[in-house]
Design a binder for this molecule. Structure first.
Ligand code: HEM
Ligand code: HEM
Length: 192
């Protein structure tokens, strides 16, 4: 079994993001029901906290030089993704950990989609009709409807990400690769 390849900063941030974003995704299902206003208030404030953690995550991605792993969009990254997909078709799981390839690409899609939700969510906060947000202008209602629509569209991508990510982690674990221990409670080895 391999030791954890994730440093403490990545693990702490992932612990926070996986908890709060999973909570927000499931909580979001209850938000648009007018009979459950309490859920909206909880979703709103937890969403602002999630946005703050995501901002720290972006700083961490920059400081820890994770950009080429999470956004492998240049030609060598694309070849690694292609090789992983071809491997998958032959029944071989991609390598986990701090490597360039399909898993990292998918994690990047996750960061982008969750950031899209955070940005639209914070914008929604500023135009809540009746003005619990920073603005209570009458322009709020139209902007609120438009932003909620975009927020909802992005949430479909975020759900596809979440289901794919959690399923892949479970499949890896079941195949004997201890990804949960490595990400959530293993001891860190210095990154490659
Ligand atoms: C119940 C929810 C979740 C579980 C069980 C989970 C599990 C894991 C595991 C086991 C890994 C390590 C994969 C490897 O070794 O290659 C990982 C990595 C990662 N996960 Fe999650 N995850 C969850 C939610 C999320 C969410 C909501 C996000 C938000 C975008 C996320 C973003 C990431 C990222 C970016 C990485 C790579 C580490 C990094 O570069 O920061 N995860 N996750
Ligand atoms: C990263 C943080 C956030 C995540 C992951 C998230 C996720 C979600 C999800 C999954 C939905 C359900 C979409 C649907 O199927 O209807 C939703 C709905 C909603 N969220 Fe968020 N959200 C976040 C932040 C926020 C914030 C800060 C606000 C500010 C007020 C907000 C306001 C709303 C509203 C108004 C809806 C209902 C939209 C509609 O369907 O009409 N969200 N959110």
């Amino acid at each position: 079994m391999r030791e954890s390849e994730w440093d403490i900063g990545t693990k702490v941030l992932h612990g926070g993001l996986s908890t709060i974003l999973t909570f927000e995704l499931f909580g979001g299902l209850l938000v648009s029901d007018p009979n459950t206003r309490m859920y909206f208030i909880i979703h709103e404030w937890s969403g602002i906290l999630a946005a703050a953690i995501l901002m720290v995550e972006w700083l961490w991605i920059y400081a820890d030089r994770q950009g080429n792993i999470l956004f492998p969009w240049k030609s060598n990254g694309r070849s690694a993704i292609k090789a992983d997909i071809l491997g998958l078709l032959k029944g071989k799981l991609p390598q986990t950990g701090r490597t360039v390839g399909l898993p990292g690409f998918w994690h990047g899609i996750g960061i982008l989609s969750m950031t899209g939700l955070a940005i639209t969510g914070v914008l929604i906060y500023f135009v809540i009709p009746g003005g619990r947000g920073a603005s209570s202008s009458s322009a709020g209602a139209g902007a609120f409807t438009m932003l909620s629509g975009v927020h909802r569209e992005i949430s479909y991508v975020a759900w596809v990400y979440w289901i794919g990510h959690v399923s892949a982690a479970i499949i890896h674990q079941m195949q004997g690769d201890p990804v949960f221990r490595a990400m959530f409670w293993g001891t860190a080895r210095s990154p490659r």
